[in-house]
Ligand binder design. Structure first.
Ligand code: EPU
Length: 340
């Protein structure tokens, strides 16, 4: 039976920002079969399809979304072990952090640095979620998708997903009709602690032994709790801008003016710079606020909805931040969350 399709459902409560108008049509897909039925419904009614997970990386416009919004709640976790390698497949609608916790408790190494990130499994390949020195794209074996265009399920290998910094084929024109159904991660039972990221290296600096998977998870949870607001209490979509990638010459110019600007080689003579540092130390915008929108007091890359902010308010604030950064650094910054 086809899932119920509702009309005019307000999206704000479905996002961690707590912002956004109504979906013209809205339905929940709890299985692959329900998803195909909803895709058929959209085709027959000529509706554009948008897929919602937990809405944790999303800014929905105040006027809402035309077409059919499908909340992906496809669940299920299976695994296949081969010597030390474990291929773990999770449904796109599984909650990300509960899934990470399960891998940590089972002793499957790989995802522990990505602890405490809000959202679903299905969002991780789209955004190539990364934190504390680990990018999920490097651990993804394959992604099963439903192609709206071809009306069939397809399994894509990691190299077909074109993972980049907060980027993948699923964000491009070529991949926009692909709905993530499940993701297979290549994990390992052999310990492989990744603690080179500054915050983790500092945390474990007085440890004599290699940290366990649980210790790494606990460290990440603690570090994040100090830097990121709890979205249940303060509306947010995490980092609101991407860390910009600039030329080495540009970076060298900037460090003459702004000593200590963190930068990391990003290939082809480019440097990825820490925008949080620029907003904080160069633009003096940490904790800045206009009306109900502002940067977070502990992490300036994070924008906050202090209650009742609209998408227009967020965009206006973001625009002013963008102008200030450009004025001081000649860097053009880009928004990180998805925009509907
Ligand atoms: N910094 C400041 N002031 C600030 C914020 C940052 O000086 O207000 C400095 C920090 O001290 C550090 C540097 O800037 O030297 C980088 O900061 P941080 O380690 O907090 O990471 P980030 O680059 O700001 C990125 C991701 C986060 C991810 C963290 C941890 C992006 C856009 N953001 O933030 O991802 O959790 O690294 O790895 O790449 C997200 O994408 O939504 C997200 C939260």
């Amino acid at each position: 039976m086809s899932p119920e399709v509702k009309k005019g459902i307000l999206l704000a409560p479905y996002t961690t920002f707590g912002i956004g108008g109504a979906a013209e049509y809205f339905a929940v897909a709890s299985s692959e079969e329900e998803l195909t039925l909803l895709a058929k419904y959209a085709r027959e009614h000529n509706l554009r399809v948008s897929i919602l997970g937990e809405g944790s990386n999303l800014l929905v416009s105040d006027s809402g979304v035309k077409g059919l919004v499908i909340k992906n709640e496809i669940k299920g976790i299976t695994h296949k072990a081969e010597n030390e390698k474990v291929l773990v497949t999770a449904g796109a609608g599984e909650g990300w952090d509960a899934f990470v916790l399960r891998t940590v408790e089972t002793g499957w190494w790989g995802l522990e640095n990505l602890s405490a990130i809000p959202g679903t499994v299905g969002a991780t390949p789209i955004q190539n979620v990364g934190a504390y020195g680990v990018e999920v794209g490097n651990l993804i074996e394959e992604v099963k998708v439903y192609s709206l265009r071809e009306q069939k399920f397809i399994t894509m290998k990691s190299d077909e997903c074109h993972f980049g910094y907060r980027d993948s084929i699923f964000k491009s024109e070529a991949g926009k009709d692909l709905i993530v159904v499940s993701v297979t991660y290549s994990l390992s039972t052999a310990p492989n602690p990744q603690i080179h990221y500054k915050d983790l290296a500092e945390y474990f600096s007085d440890h004599t032994n290699e940290p366990s998977q649980k210790e790494i998870r606990n460290a990440v949870v603690l570090i994040r709790s100090k830097k990121f607001p709890d979205w249940r209490q303060l509306g947010t979509a995490g980092s609101f801008f991407k860390n910009p990638v600039i030329s080495t010459e540009h970076y060298n110019e900037l460090t003459k003016q702004y000593d200590g600007l963190p930068g990391y080689p990003a290939g082809d003579g480019t440097i990825k710079v820490s925008l949080g540092w620029i907003l904080d130390k160069v633009c003096n915008l940490r904790g800045a606020r206009t009306g109900q929108v502002g940067t977070y007091e502990n992490q300036s890359l994070v924008l906050i909805n202090y209650g009742g902010a609209t998408a227009v308010d967020v965009n206006a604030f973001a625009e002013s931040v963008k102008e200030e950064v450009f004025k001081k650094t000649k860097i053009l910054i880009e928004m990180e969350p998805q925009r509907w």
